[in-house]
Design a protein around this ligand. Structure first.
Ligand SMILES: Cc1cc2nc3c(=O)[nH]c(=O)nc-3n(C[C@H](O)[C@H](O)[C@H](O)COP(=O)(O)OP(=O)(O)OC[C@H]3O[C@@H](n4cnc5c(N)ncnc54)[C@H](O)[C@@H]3O)c2cc1C
Length: 387
């Protein structure tokens, strides 16, 4: 790990060691499957971290966190990256949503487990016919006395096969009224009638189609007023998009899911450097001395620097597109041996170049496509829509 400008205090070093020891004893990275942001933390790690308040360490101890400062939080994030463990961002979106809109019952019974990280969640927005236009959702919830009966289908419910609850966007009135007839629910994934079937993505990670057939849940699971789902989900949606996030502090965080892509991008560049340092050209010199290799690496590093500093809503499109373009370029450069999957004879750097070449294109799609981000940015800046 390189903390560059940050010098850790003795306590912070001890903290780093404590977590490193915990991760080393409870988790061995599966390099053959490093779909970084589509692998949930293994239960052994998540529950061990939850016990210490380290899943949401920014929360106070009373709230299920550990009241840790920025550097300690970054130590956790950096170690998770090093050990190829994806943190679950969904809970971070749901904690403020439930605090603001959740029923007393949800706050008492479910929110504490989400805060500690013992309970896990997934997002049920997209459907087969509507991804970007999520307000066109057709999954329907009908009230029947004290209960709601849900029928429909969600697409791309990542972690749907290993979550306790899905944050579900449902239609509760005429579809013609679009944004005005949506309601949010927190649906237990083990409720009868919920089914998650796999969708394998390029590179081998899993997401899901989730089906809801006469799923009957108590009104306690409704989040916010009936037909006001759009306003309930607008905050988690804006947070996921990085809207309004201002960079602060000592670590390079661009305030959006672009930060995660930037970390992956950094690993990709490290992998390409490993490749170059371990190969020789026809003249016997290290490939690191080849001007074309140096140019590709230098340009990738410049792109990365820009990504680290692209704040808020800009972070995702910048980082997703830079990651995909550079994964292609570095894969071409390092071929053939640099693009061998982990475990194949001759592969290097845990197969990260091969892996990212396959996974990077998806980063421009999930969480909202980069075209949608550009439209949103243009609207905010008072510019014409680019698409
Ligand atoms: C790996 C993966 C994981 C995902 N995880 C989840 C999840 O956990 N939960 C969840 O709910 N969803 C998830 N998604 C869904 C994701 O958010 C959608 O795929 C995405 O929003 C695009 O929707 P779509 O696939 O329906 O494409 P469409 O919306 O049909 O878009 C197709 C193309 O048209 C463009 N387009 C559409 N509308 C506009 C517009 N108004 N202006 C300009 N261009 C436009 C898009 O940019 C895209 O290029 C995931 C997707 C993937 C691939």
């Amino acid at each position: 790990m390189d903390f560059s400008q940050v010098e850790l205090t003795a306590e912070q070093q001890a903290f780093e060691k404590e977590i490193r020891d915990l991760l080393s004893t409870s988790w061995t990275p599966n390099y053959a499957h490093i779909a970084l942001d589509h692998d949930r933390s293994p239960d052994s790690v998540r529950l061990a971290m939850a016990k210490r308040g380290w899943v949401h360490p920014e929360l106070s101890e009373g709230e299920g966190g550990a009241g840790l400062g920025e550097i300690e939080q970054e130590i956790i994030t950096a170690l998770f990256e090093e050990f190829y463990i994806a943190n679950n961002a969904n809970n971070s979106l749901l904690i403020p949503t439930l605090e603001q809109h959740g029923s007393a019952w949800l706050k008492e019974n479910i929110l504490p487990g989400i805060r500690t990280g013992e309970l896990t969640t997934c997002l049920g927005y997209s459907e087969p016919d509507n991804g970007s236009d999520i307000a066109a959702a057709k999954t329907r919830a009908v009230q029947d006395g004290d209960v709601w009966v849900i029928n429909g289908q969600k697409m791309w419910t990542t972690w749907g096969n290993e979550s306790d609850y899905v944050f579900l966007l449902a239609r509760t009135g005429p579809i013609e009224e679009k944004h005005r007839t949506l309601t949010m629910f927190l649906v237990p994934m083990d409720a009868p009638g919920v089914e998650a079937t796999p969708v394998w993505i390029l590179g081998g990670g899993r997401t899901n189609v989730t089906f809801y057939s006469d799923v009957t849940i108590s009104d306690n699971y409704r989040i916010g007023p009936v037909n006001e789902g759009w306003s309930v989900m607008s905050t988690p949606l804006a947070t996921e998009h990085g809207a309004g996030v201002v960079t602060e502090g000592v670590v390079p965080i661009n305030g959006s899911m672009g930060a995660g892509f930037s970390r992956t991008f950094e690993k990709l560049i490290d992998g390409a450097i490993d490749w170059a340092a371990s190969r020789k050209g026809a003249d016997g010199r290290s490939r690191l001395e080849d001007p074309l290799v140096r140019l590709a690496l230098a340009e990738a590093m410049l792109d990365l620097e820009v990504c680290w500093n692209a704040e808020g809503e800009l972070g995702k499109p910048m980082a997703a597109e830079a990651l995909a373009a550079n994964a292609d370029r570095l894969a071409d450069m390092a071929a053939p041996e640099g693009i061998l999957d982990f475990g194949v004879d001759g592969s290097i750097a845990a197969g990260i170049i091969a892996s990212e070449r396959q996974h990077a294109p998806g980063s421009a799609i999930y969480g909202g496509t980069t075209e949608i981000y550009r439209n949103n940015l243009a609207r905010r800046l008072g510019l014409p829509r680019p698409y």
